[in-house]
Design a protein around this ligand. Sequence first.
Ligand SMILES: Cc1cc2nc3c(=O)[nH]c(=O)nc-3n(C[C@H](O)[C@H](O)[C@H](O)COP(=O)(O)O)c2cc1C
Length: 171
Amino acid sequence: MTFEEMAKARYSVRKYSDKKVEDEKLQKILQVANLAPTAKNTQCVRIYVLKSDEAMNKIKGLTRCSYGAPVVLLFAYEESEAFCYPNQEVLNSGAEDCSIVATHVMFEALEQGLSTCWVNVFTPSEVEKAFHLPPTEHAVLLMDLGYEAEGNTPAPRHGEKKALREIVRVL
Ligand SMILES: Cc1cc2nc3c(=O)[nH]c(=O)nc-3n(C[C@H](O)[C@H](O)[C@H](O)COP(=O)(O)O)c2cc1C
């Protein structure tokens, strides 16, 4: 598949089968995630692979967007490694770095026949506490990863896209 074909084929999956994610596939996905660029190549992103019963039970209590995937990836960043924008005391590249790494995961997962759903409906401090992240690591997003349940279909609005003229400004 070309990248365009993959981008067209991807959609968020919110219903998963019980089939486990093979370790080799998970490993490959993580290796591809590690190829993603990061600001100044600081590689501040941390990926927590949540798959134990204990971790899954915790996830259910931490987000209403828990869709029963056998694996949930928690993307966080280490603040001491994130790129700090000049003249900005608060903003750093952590969330952007997590986003591009997670995007690599989305598409490598698709390549491996797996599905994903990006989730940001959670309270970062609660997630950080539940999974004992060091105080300098900040949770950015969760990503469900697994095989799509039989009969699942994309959400009705999946195909709705604004016209390019609404989002592109050529100056
Ligand atoms: C930054 C971001 C945050 C998202 N957060 C959630 C979420 O918390 N829960 C959820 O069910 N889907 C979430 N999604 C999935 C979007 O709702 C979904 O990508 C969008 O509706 C388009 O649908 P599609 O992915 O099927 O094309 C998120 C997606 C992105 C990119």
